[in-house]
Structures are given as structure tokens and as C-alpha cells.
Ligand binder design. Structure first.
Ligand code: ADP
Ligand code: MG
Length: 685
């Protein structure tokens, strides 16, 4: 097929420069690319029904003979209605067309036609409104392409029909034969013909499987090649490991999972020629900070500087206090750099970083501004990485000469998916929580229970504990949702009126947020009414109740993160989800939260219920949008990963003749991603 990628779309009949421009917009510059614009659905005209059979279906194809064409009726200056009576010799049906003079005038009384539309039964018989019409020879399956601009599905179909005729006699399969046999996949020749003009609906399904498999296989190959293609030798190979020494500073015993993750990181830095590039995945509360601290400690002891980037000021402050407290006694110099640090102080910190007189700097995006320079940036840690785009990560990394990289994620996702999304990284999983953690009991209630919930909260506060209330919005808005600020007013009129409370939201000044968080964690406030700013990493062990209003507004993984803010101390904790939603899927999602505290299980459910698009947010994962495959199809994701690994084990650079087509498509796809400026893929060989 490669030659068809060199044939401009204008070579096809009826496509001039203007049309060609529209085809370019759907990604079809060439005839080859056009063949890879797949239909989004099909209309099955191959098994026409009788009128009575059709009345049971949503939409279908009916075969019927024209009985009579009624006189057209003009109902407005721009609207003429045509009525046509048809029969299948069993029943009669009236078909209505609007302004379709040409269609109607071509119908011959006494001849049979196919009508594709919806049959409705009313008091005096059957009717169908504005169906598509074809002659009876056109009894096959029609592809439906996504309409785009001025380009109709039918126009795309006509072009594709020509393109299919240009296909060479022999098409080299992209998926190698051995793989096709193993996973029961048809040939590319069959697939490309049947995805557009299927012999049967089964054939369309079989062809769809080819392209979904091919798409994921290519993605997996690209990612694996990227991983093995990383050649830069590290300038920061470590000499010794100092974990034992570090553990003496730690106020608790690490879990086995933490120990394993720390060792995997230090091993990467001690024994590998390439810089570490590792993802630490662990549920909320699994103790990722301690792992990062241990790894930083070893790096600093080996003479390197570390940068620790977190998504919010509050979190930066919290991490800073924790780490500087531990490290200062060992003579390790720490600093915090966030947007709210005064300019004069920033200048000083920058100077110290450049001179190598700060060992660990903890900060927000402020770390990636231009004037931050390091003397010897050897380790970059990013926490809660789902909050950072790939580009921001890359910006921080570029401050050093191939530093070691450690990324921490609290979005637990299935392993295979993680390997794909963080494709070029190694993976450590913290699959164990520190001992003594209790399950946060979770309840889903409607708003009529609010009084009872407030009484419940009151009891906790009288017992010396604290409560979070989460609202989806900050300010008053047009919607029916109540904002955090209005919410406080409501609380002041409730049984909680004498509690000490404050609002916390993302639009507040950093210093203000910090003051409130401090008051809350030190027990000067009882209730914190907040937006999702508290979702990320905040640690207040005496908070035991979390009330989430309009809980249906949040994704499952986000609810899980929010819930992770309670249950961090010794006391039993509760999470109450309030929602009046009636949509069954939303109800099912909230029930998942009540059923389990396991982040991996929740992520799986979220993936299943919402699909990966919503799950990861707007392409933050840096993967290209898939045309046919779904990342939530774990069976296919795993099969293609295994297949990709097998192919590369015998042919690491896809140089064998039988992999030529695969190599061609892989390069073609990855060069398209490159145009997105996605650093993850820019290094592909
Ligand atoms: P996360 O993985 O969500 O970032 P943190 O690193 O914030 O988790 O840890 C959550 C809490 O658990 C912190 O208060 C931390 O001090 C504590 N912690 C971490 N590891 C252990 C451990 N092994 N034993 C006891 N407590 C721990
Ligand atoms: Mg954390």
C-alpha cells in the first residue's frame, strides 16, 4: 500500500482542488490515507424486511413496491411535501418526503425499491418519513462515514469506492502472519475491503478487529522501541546507596512495598548506564513521599542536586516541612520555591541553586521558569504527575544533563495501561498500605438526609475531630450548584452554626490558602469548606469526616483522591457522598465508592464506566487519540503488548522483510504524533 500514500487524493474522479482541501481536513491527503478513514457505522441494506417486521425495529431497510404517488402539497413557500403509497403485498405504508422532488420523480409506480428509515405505526396504518432510497440491486451493507464540513458520507463513500479499486493485487500485511494466526486476525487485504464495503456485518466486525489490533500494536511497538532506543548514558551514575542511614531518620518502619520501590530506584541509579526513568504508582496514603525522600537522600549523599515538583503551593509547603525537618539535622540543605515566594528571596534561592549550595529544592511550576538554573541537577521528582502535562515534566528535566527521573502517580491504573501511557518508563507499584490504616466507611445519600449528616458531623467535631466539606464550585454561578461561599452561609444557619469554619479554593491567594490550611491542621478550624484544591496530597490526620456535595459531578478517581484526605489518623473515618442524581450509571459509580477503598478497583470501574478519554482528562497522558481501538479494552491492550514484545525480540528495529509494512505504518503514525510536539514520541528512531 505504500504507493497509495504517494497518490494525491485529486487523482480520484470528481475530486478537484476544493474537494481535496475538504478531504485533507479529514486526514486524507492521499488515496492511501483515505483508505484509513474508516466508517463510524453501517447501514445494513442486505436483508430487507417487510413493513410489519420493520415496525419492531428502530431503523431498518424495507423492500416495497410503489402503489401511487400523491399530488405534492406546498405547505410553505419553501416546503413541498410529497406522499408516496407503497406496499409489500402484505401491508401498506405511506412515505413522506420533504422537498425531494428529484427523488420522488424518479420513482416508478409498480417498481420495487429499498427504503431505509424508521417505520412508525399510527391509527390508520404504517408510515415512514424521509427515508434513504435505493434501487433493489443496491442490496448490500453501506458504510457511514463521519460527516465533516461540506463532505457528506456519500461523497466519502464514492471516493473510497474508487480507492479500493486501486488497491494492488497483493497487499503486504502490517500484522505479521504468525501474530495473525495466534490472535485469529484476518489479512489486511480482507480487512481493508471489508471495513469499507463488508460482505456481511460479521465481516465488518472481523475487519474492525484487524485495525484495532494494528493500531494498538503500532503504539506498543513505538513505545517499546522508544524505551530500548534511549541511549544517553547517565553522567550521574551513583557510587553508594544510603537507604539504611535514611531509614534512621524516618519516624516509622517502611512497608515492604516502600522498601522494594526504594531499592528499584537506587538500583537504577547505581547499576544502569542509562538515567533512571521510573514511575512510582501507589494508592493514596501508600507513602510515596517517604520513597521519594529516601531516593533524594541517596542522590544528595552522592553529590547531586534534586528538584521535587508538586502541583500546588500547599503541597509544596507540606512536603518542604516534612523533608527539611528530616534532612536539616544531616546537613542537607533544602529550599522551597513557589509562585508566592518574594522576588528577592527567589533571586537568592536561584543563586544558591546555581552555585550548588542547595541540595533539594521543592516547588511548584515556579521551578520550570527560565531563570532557575542548577549546578548539577541529578534527580527530578514529580509528584501527583497526572496534574502535569508531559511538556512540563520535560521542561524540568531539561534543566539538567539527562538527570534521573522519578514520577509519582496516585492514579492507580492497570499495569498494562500504565506501561503504555508512561511507555518509556519502568514501573514500581506500592501495592500495600502502611499498617493500621482503616477502611473509610462511605455512604451515598440524597440531600433530604442533610440534617442528619450535619448532626453526625457535629458529633465528630465535639469529639475533637475535623471535617472537610467539598463543593464543586467556587463562586456563585448560573447553575443550580451551590458554591463553597454560599455553602458557608447555609452552615451558619444549621446545627453547625457555632463551629469554626472557613472556605478554601483555588482562586485564593497562596498565602491565604496556606494560613487557612495551617489553622485547619492545627485545630483552630473545625470545618473546611473546599473545592477540589484539597484533592491533592494534603495530610491532616485529625480530619475524620468528608462530606462531598453533588458527588456525581466528580470522576471516580477524583472522589477516591478526595476521600484519601480522611482516614489518615488513628480514628475511624467516614465519607458521605450527597447526590440527587437518578441516572443509573452515575448511581452505579457512586455505589462503587461505597463498596471498595481499593484504588485499582475503582480505577478499573472508572475506566469501564467512562472510557479512558474522560478518565485521563484532555490528552494529558500524551498519547495520540486512537481511531478504532479503545484503551479500556484490556484484553486487546495486553495481547498487543505481548505481540509487540515478541516481534521486537526477533527484530528490534523492524528491519526484516516480513516486517516492512509494519515498520512503514509505525513510522507513518509516529511521525504524525511528532507533529503534536509530544516530547514522549519525538525521540523515536
Ligand atoms: P501518598 O502516597 O498518598 O503520597 P504520603 O506519602 O502522603 O502518601 O503518606 C501518607 C501518610 O502515611 C503520611 O502521614 C506518612 O507520614 C504516613 N506513612 C507513610 N509511610 C508509612 C509507614 N511505612 N508507616 C506508617 N506511616 C507511614
Ligand atoms: Mg502524596
Amino acid at each position: 500500500m505504500p504507493s497509495l500514500y504517494n497518490m494525491p487524493i485529486q487523482k480520484l474522479d470528481k475530486i478537484g482542488p476544493k474537494k481535496a482541501e475538504q478531504f485533507r481536513k479529514i486526514g486524507a491527503d492521499s488515496v492511501g490515507e483515505l483508505l484509513r478513514v474508516y466508517p463510524r457505522a453501517y447501514e445494513d441494506w442486505s436483508k430487507p424486511l417487510t413493513i410489519v417486521q420493520g415496525a419492531d425495529k428502530d431503523i431498518c431497510c424495507i423492500k416495497a413496491r410503489i402503489e401511487r404517488v400523491h399530488t405534492p402539497v406546498r405547505i410553505r413557500s419553501n416546503m413541498i411535501i410529497y406522499r408516496v403509497a407503497v406496499t409489500d403485498d402484505e401491508s401498506y405504508m405511506t412515505i413522506t418526503f420533504f422537498n425531494q422532488r428529484y427523488t420522488v420523480e424518479n420513482l416508478k409506480v409498480g417498481s420495487e425499491y429499498l427504503f431505509y428509515g424508521t417505520v412508525r405505526k399510527n391509527f390508520d396504518g404504517y408510515e415512514m418519513s424521509a427515508p434513504a432510497v435505493e434501487s433493489t440491486e443496491k442490496s448490500n451493507i453501506h458504510p457511514i462515514y463521519s460527516q465533516s464540513g461540506m463532505l457528506t458520507s456519500r461523497q466519502i463513500e464514492n471516493a473510497v469506492q474508487q480507492a479500493v479499486r486501486l488497491l494492488p493485487e497483493k497487499i503486504n500485511d502490517t500484522i505479521p502472519q504468525g501474530v495473525r494466526e495466534k490472535y485469529d486476525i484476518c489479512s489486511l487485504d480482507y480487512a481493508i475491503r471489508n471495513i469499507h464495503f463488508p460482505e456481511s456485518m460479521d465481516a465488518a466486525g472481523i475487519s474492525g478487529k484487524y485495525f484495532a489490533f494494528e493500531e494498538l500494536l503500532i503504539l506498543q511497538l513505538g513505545i517499546l522501541m522508544l524505551k530500548s532506543g534511549r541511549k544517553t548514558a547517565t553522567p550521574y551514575r551513583l557510587e553508594h546507596e544510603y537507604t539504611k542511614e535514611f531509614l534512621k531518620l524516618l519516624p516509622f518502619r517502611p512497608t515492604n512495598a516502600q522498601m522494594r520501590a526504594i531499592k528499584e530506584c537506587t538500583d537504577d541509579m547505581l547499576y544502569n548506564d542509562k538515567p533512571m526513568n521510573r514511575l512510582i504508582q501507589g494508592d493514596v496514603g501508600s507513602g510515596k513521599t517517604a520513597v521519594a525522600a529516601a531516593v533524594c537522600y541517596t542522590a544528595v549523599k552522592n553529590g547531586l542536586q534534586c528538584a521535587f515538583m508538586v502541583p500546588t503551593e500547599i503541597l509544596a509547603q507540606q512536603h518542604f516541612e516534612e523533608l527539611s525537618g528530616m534532612f536539616e539535622s544531616m546537613g542537607i540543605r533544602t529550599a522551597i520555591l513557589t509562585g508566592s515566594v518574594k522576588a528577592s528571596r527567589k533571586k537568592m534561592i536561584n543563586a544558591l541553586l546555581k552555585a550548588g549550595e542547595i541540595d533539594i529544592v521543592i516547588g511548584t511550576h515556579a521551578l520550570i521558569t527560565d531563570n532557575v538554573e542548577f549546578r548539577e541537577l541529578g534527580l527530578v521528582v514529580t509528584d501527583e504527575q497526572h496534574r502535569f502535562g508531559v511538556a512540563q515534566r520535560a521542561a524540568l528535566i531539561s534543566k539538567g544533563k539527562s538527570p534521573h527521573i522519578m514520577v509519582m502517580s496516585a492514579t492507580p491504573i492497570p499495569r498494562t495501561l500504565a506501561l503504555m501511557i508512561f511507555g518509556d518508563m519502568e514501573l514500581s507499584v506500592l501495592d500495600e498500605l502502611p499498617p493500621g490504616r482503616q477502611k473509610v466507611d462511605t455512604y451515598f445519600v440524597d440531600s433530604s438526609k442533610r440534617e442528619r449528616i450535619y448532626n453526625f458531623i457535629k458529633k465528630h467535631i465535639l469529639g475533637g475531630n475535623r471535617c472537610y466539606i467539598v463543593c464543586p464550585l467556587v463562586e456563585k454561578s448560573e447553575s443550580e450548584l451551590i458554591s463553597a461561599e454560599e455553602y458557608i452561609e447555609r452552615l451558619k444557619k444549621s446545627v453547625l452554626s457555632d463551629c469554626r469554619m472557613a472556605v478554601l479554593h483555588g482562586k485564593m491567594k497562596a498565602s491565604e490558602k496556606e494560613r487557612i490550611m495551617k489553622e485547619f491542621s492545627e485545630g483552630e478550624l473545625d470545618i473546611l469548606v473546599a473545592t477540589t484544591v484539597i484533592e491533592v496530597g494534603i495530610n491532616v490526620p485529625s480530619a475524620t469526616v468528608m462530606l462531598i456535595e453533588n458527588a456525581d459531578r466528580f470522576g471516580l478517581s477524583q472522589l477516591h483522591q478526595l476521600r484519601g484526605r480522611v482516614g489518615r489518623g488513628k480514628a475511624k473515618s467516614y465519607c458521605i457522598l450527597v447526590s440527587d442524581i437518578r441516572n443509573p450509571v452515575s448511581i452505579e459509580r457512586l455505589n462503587v465508592m461505597c463498596r471498595t477503598n481499593d484504588g485499582f478497583e475503582i480505577a478499573d470501574e472508572d475506566l469501564r464506566l467512562r472510557g479512558p478519554g474522560d478518565f485521563f482528562g484532555s490528552r494529558q497522558h500524551g498519547l495520540p487519540e486512537l481511531k478504532t481501538a479503545h484503551l479500556s479494552d484490556m484484553v486487546l491492550v495486553e495481547a498487543t503488548r505481548a505481540a509487540a514484545a515478541e516481534i521486537l525480540s526477533s527484530d528490534p528495529r523492524l528491519e526484516l522483510k516480513e516486517h516492512a509494512a509494519l515498520r512503514f505504518e509505525t513510522r507513518r503514525l509516529f511521525s504524525a504524533f511528532r507533529a503534536d510536539d509530544t516530547p514522549l514520541f519525538s525521540a523515536l528512531p
